[in-house]
Design a binder for this molecule. Structure first.
Ligand SMILES: Cc1ncc(COP(=O)(O)O)c(C=O)c1O
Length: 450
């Protein structure tokens, strides 16, 4: 059979089969092959695929109006989604601005921060400190905050080069500090950086509360979060949580910030917020930031498709589903089950050096030596090889280079929040089979379970 020519170009040459349909945690290609969506796409499909209640609500909106430009009309789906979002986020976050994706949310967060500073007579503040490694998006503003070398390099001359501090990768540290002291040590890096840059030039600090694509579900010690908040307050630096991946219940709370009782000044949401039913994102901020900007003439920012009624009706239906089906609680419960299963893999596979995460945002990382945490030889391309072996067997995983994009291999395991214990067992059978095949390929003997 001859292939129909394709005029579409993708990020790379890696042709995949055509998707036919989705159902719960499963996806089916046109040959009928079934895949467990072990990464919810790119940590997007939080409520699973083809949820009939959500589809019905989207269709009902479709029958009324799919688009009404926000400068011409208010719409109930966008107002209602804003209300529900505020209801589900911690007190103090009570203004919502819609966008259509994660990079747009990050751009919006830093532009709101900047406009707020200008209204406060603090026009000298323009630097946004971020962490390395990190991922905040691919548009220029968001990319400049991103700490992932290969994605930045070609574009570096086109960006101002915002300051970076190290992400708290404490699992790599070989010191005698307690976890608490390590968390504080990493937080102090932010304080040092603010002082080095000049506090009156620093506008904001942005962080993923639980790391995503670039670090593989990295969680900082508890002491880090509160101390970072204190440092930001000390210098009048706005704290932005990029919850594009962690938000909307993924970690077992609606916002990951809630695990540490932190109220950021601005939160960026996307991915699980629309859960794959519509391109959707948002920033959520306090009225204290938004009202002065509106008083001063308005937010000088906006995307044409943002806040359209169709996308907002999808988002509203997704949040209702999270609540009605107790999916955030399920993420916390199933996250514990999954984490235990992943940790158990370390007994069999000597090349798994670390397992980490929160709720259903979990990851494991390969190393060549657990005592030094040296990564595997980058030439093995382990991050893409294991993904292929799992894909062949019907399990979708998401992987990246761990150490700033140049070496290290981690794999995110982040299934839809509807997953059951039996389905986790089913997923682990395929994962073990793929890991066995990988071990054989690289010639590392596995330990037989007792
Ligand atoms: C934490 C974080 N921020 C921002 C983004 C960018 O989102 P998008 O790809 O929807 O633009 C991502 C995407 O992976 C992300 O994980």
């Amino acid at each position: 059979m001859t292939e129909t020519p394709s005029y579409l170009f993708y990020q790379s040459r890696n042709p995949r089969p055509f998707l036919d349909r989705g159902e719960g945690i499963y996806l089916f290609d046109e040959s009928g092959k079934r895949y467990i969506d072990g990464s919810s796409g790119a940590m997007v499909s939080n409520i699973g695929h083809s949820n009939p209640r959500v589809l019905a609500k989207i269709k009902a909106q479709m029958d009324k109006a799919t688009f009404g430009y926000r400068l011409h009309f208010r719409t109930h789906p966008s107002e209602d989604l804003a209300t529900k979002t505020v209801e589900m986020t911690p007190d103090g976050l009570d203004r919502v601005f819609f966008v259509s994706g994660g990079s747009e949310a990050v751009e919006s967060a830093i532009k709101l921060a900047r406009q707020y500073a200008v209204t406060q007579g603090q026009g000298s503040r323009y630097k946004v400190i971020s962490r390395f490694p990190s991922y905040h998006g691919c548009t220029f503003g968001a990319l400049d905050l991103t700490g992932y070398a290969p994605l930045r390099e070609p574009f570096a001359p086109m960006m101002p080069g915002m300051p970076k501090v190290a992400s708290p990768a404490t699992y790599l540290d070989r010191d005698n500090l307690t976890e608490e002291a390590r968390g504080l040590k990493y937080a102090e890096l932010l304080r040092d950086k603010i002082l080095e840059e000049g506090p009156d030039t620093v506008l904001a600090f942005i962080m993923e509360p639980v790391g995503g694509a670039s670090t593989g579900a990295l969680v900082a010690p508890d002491s880090y979060y509160g101390r970072v908040r204190e440092i930001c307050d000390e210098f009048g630096v706005l704290l932005i949580y990029d919850e594009v991946m962690t938000g909307a219940g993924r970690t077992g709370k609606f916002l990951a910030a809630e695990h540490w009782g932190i109220t950021p000044d601005i939160v960026a949401l996307s991915k699980g917020f629309g859960a794959g039913y519509a391109p959707l994102g948002a920033i959520v901020a306090g009225a204290r930031l938004v009202e002065p900007v509106l008083d001063a003439g308005g937010f000088l920012h906006g995307f044409t498709y943002a806040g359209n009624p169709l996308a907002c009706s999808a988002g509203l239906a997704v949040l209702e589903e999270l609540q009605d089906q107790n999916l955030i609680e399920n993420a916390a419960r199933m996250g514990d089950v999954l984490m235990d299963e992943l940790r158990a893999l370390m007994d069999r596979y000597p090349f798994i050096g670390d397992v980490r995460g929160k709720g259903l945002l979990t990851a494991f990382e390969f190393v060549s030596d657990r005592s030094t945490m040296e990564p595997l030889d980058p030439a093995l391309q382990a991050h893409s090889r294991l993904v292929e072996l799992a894909y062949e067997r019907g399990l979708i995983l998401y992987s990246r280079r761990t150490r700033g994009g140049t070496s290290g291999d981690h794999f995110l395991v982040a299934p839809p929040l509807i997953i059951t214990k039996d389905q986790i067992t089913e997923m682990m059978v395929i994962l073990r089979d793929a890991l066995d095949a990988f071990a054989l390929e690289i010639g590392v003997p596995v330990e037989d379970a007792a």
